[in-house]
Design a protein around this ligand. Structure first.
Ligand SMILES: Nc1ncnc2c1ncn2[C@@H]1O[C@H](COP(=O)(O)OP(=O)(O)OP(=O)(O)O)[C@@H](O)[C@H]1O
Ligand SMILES: [Mg+2]
Length: 252
């Protein structure tokens, strides 16, 4: 697999009136095209900060390099960022919400709208296209939010605890849905979570962060059967021992 993203010596500090808070301390890792990387760490250790730096929303030290088919890219690719809460606008219909990034990016073309309509259809939301977010279940809203994220055809998806507002059972099935959509659409993804099982069930690679200022405590290549859905992977041999290892690392 080719490299899509390379992070070298990333450090992030926040300046407040009283002090400097060092969130990230010298982190390096790579993400390959098509790879699903999960970053886990305790609350407040700096997970969101890493995604913010990748999206160029905050200042940082170090290098964040992107690659395309021709090698090192001078531009940042389209990045889709999905947040903890679905952030759908209540006064817009599902279709209007999903098409919103096209309007913002001034890319509201027939072709792009068709792409969004297709995604809504393919992932079971076409009957709810003209409904408002409060008429949908939490899981459906998360799916709609993912489709909105996909509208601009990002080559990299950043998922910041996208399932944390859901109850634990819905969470597992929505995670399955979202995973399938990401895989079918051939996307590369970085998922931030503090749910160890969730990370093991979706990831090709897990990066474990230390407490703040975060650096990398360990990195694990996950070799569970990738043909299985995240839900089924939870039953695989090896899942439980991985869970134990990661739990141990996070609770040292
Ligand atoms: N804008 C900011 N100004 C000052 N400090 C900040 C700012 N954003 C984050 N921090 C601090 O940086 C540290 C890392 O924050 P970050 O949001 O990246 O953690 P996180 O791992 O995503 O946490 P959580 O799991 O709770 O979402 C925290 O101590 C936080 O207080
Ligand atoms: Mg966070």
């Amino acid at each position: 697999m080719e490299t899509l993203l390379e992070i070298i010596g990333l450090s992030i500090s926040y300046q407040t009136k009283k002090q400097e808070i060092k969130a990230i301390d010298n982190i390096s890792f790579t993400v390959k095209k098509g790879e699903f990387v999960a970053i886990i760490g305790r609350s407040g250790c700096g997970k969101t900060s890493i995604l913010s730096a990748i999206s160029n929303l905050i200042p940082y030290i170090g290098k964040i390099k992107f690659y395309n088919d021709k090698g090192l890219s001078t531009n940042r690719p389209q990045i889709g960022y999905m947040l903890q809460r679905d952030e759908l606008f209540p006064w817009l219909t599902i279709r209007q919400n999903a098409c919103l990034p096209l309007k913002i990016k001034n890319n509201y073309t027939k072709e792009k709208i068709e792409y969004v309509d297709n995604l809504l259809e393919k992932y079971g939301l076409s009957a709810f296209k003209n409904s408002y977010p409060n008429q949908l279940s939490g899981g459906m809203r998360q799916r709609a939010a993912l489709i909105r994220t996909l509208a601009i055809s990002p080559s990299l998806l950043l998922l910041d605890e996208p399932f944390s507002a859901l109850d634990s059972q819905t969470r597992i099935s929505v995670c399955d849905d979202v995973y399938n959509i990401i895989k079918k659409e051939n996307k590369t993804a970085i998922l931030v979570t503090h749910d160890i099982s969730e990370a093991i069930s979706v990831a090709d690679k897990i990066i474990v962060l230390t407490e703040r200022p975060a650096n990398i405590l360990s990195m694990h290549e996950i070799n569970l059967n990738k043909e299985l859905s995240p839900l089924k992977r939870r039953e695989e041999k090896g899942f439980a021992s991985l869970f134990e290892t990661l739990w141990g690392e996070l609770h040292k």
